[in-house]
Design a protein around this ligand. Structure first.
Ligand code: IPD
Length: 275
């Protein structure tokens, strides 16, 4: 049984993600350009990232004024309630910029530092994923007018490593990308194939719903993975970083039991957790 506060946080997250997703889908300017760059010239922000983060933070301030917020585009408040929201207004900004459909709004709620709610909405796929800690992961919003029926998610049974379809992603700094390319070079001949979709949140949901066998990436920020890691875990995947370390910015790995261990071990041997 989910307690009333967590249920409220889920409702708020679903509504915030729905509103932001609509704004982004319906309001994308045809001539959308780069508004600013962040950690490197290829780490871009568009006016729509900023508009969506503002929509979400305004909505949270109205519905949950005492909560803390951490957002990719700079939202940062402490809060006093023990709840913190971790927000990526557009995960997959480069896809969004180019008009590729694989982008998502990712919203997680933490209680006393633990992620208890994760929502990822991918408007161009017409899919919304959500999970509550200990309550399973689902596709679709009950009662949502444009969503498909609610479906409990289960990750795919583990294949052998050499039969695994593995997703990954790359950071924005050149030195890190060189190291990531070396890991891909070593990994590619040992798995079925590798995918780079461009949205870590969607990659993690793809593990949850069995469209990918596994996923790993070095260098994610909390807003990229907080919601997706909970969704993958609640769908039966194991998640972590290096052996014995939880998923973090250092390394995030997600895969079903049986694939997780060999994938994590190989990534550790390849040094996928350091530059
Ligand atoms: C990026 C995406 C991408 C991943 C990058 C992230 P953003 O997030 O999740 O798939 O490879 O590491 O930074 O910048 O589009 O929010």
């Amino acid at each position: 049984m989910t307690d009333p506060l967590t249920t409220e946080l889920l409702d708020v997250a679903l509504e915030a993600a729905r509103r932001a997703g609509e704004l982004l889908r319906d309001g994308r300017p045809a001539d959308l350009g780069v508004a600013a760059t962040k950690t490197s010239p290829i780490d871009v922000v568009t006016e729509m990232d900023l508009a969506a983060e503002k929509l979400i933070t305004d909505f949270l301030a109205e519905r949950r004024p005492d909560d803390g917020v951490l957002g990719e585009e700079g939202a940062s408040t402490e809060g006093s309630s023990g709840v913190r929201w971790v927000i990526d207004p557009i995960d997959g900004t480069v896809n969004y910029l180019y008009g590729l459909p694989s982008w998502a709004v990712s919203i997680a709620a933490e209680r006393d530092g633990e992620t208890v709610v994760g929502v990822v909405t991918a408007p161009m796929r017409r899919e919304t994923y959500h999970a509550v800690l200990g309550g399973g992961a689902y596709l679709g919003v009950p009662g949502g007018e444009r969503e498909e029926p609610r479906e409990r998610l289960r990750c795919r049974p583990a294949p052998a490593l050499d039969q695994a379809l593995v997703g990954t992603g790359f950071g924005y700094r050149t030195e890190r990308r060189v190291g990531q390319a070396e890991v891909v070079r070593a990994l590619l001949p040992t798995v079925r194939d590798i995918r780079r979709g461009g949205s870590a949140a969607i990659d993690l949901c793809d593990v949850a719903c069995g469209r990918l066998d596994g996923y790993y990436e070095r260098g994610l920020n909390p807003w990229d993975f907080a919601a997706g890691v909970l969704i993958a875990r609640e769908a039966g995947a194991l998640t972590g970083g290096r052996p014995g370390v939880p998923a973090s910015g250092e390394l995030t790995v997600a895969a079903p039991p049986g694939l997780f261990e060999p994938l994590q071990r190989l990534l550790d041997e390849l040094g996928a957790w350091h530059d």
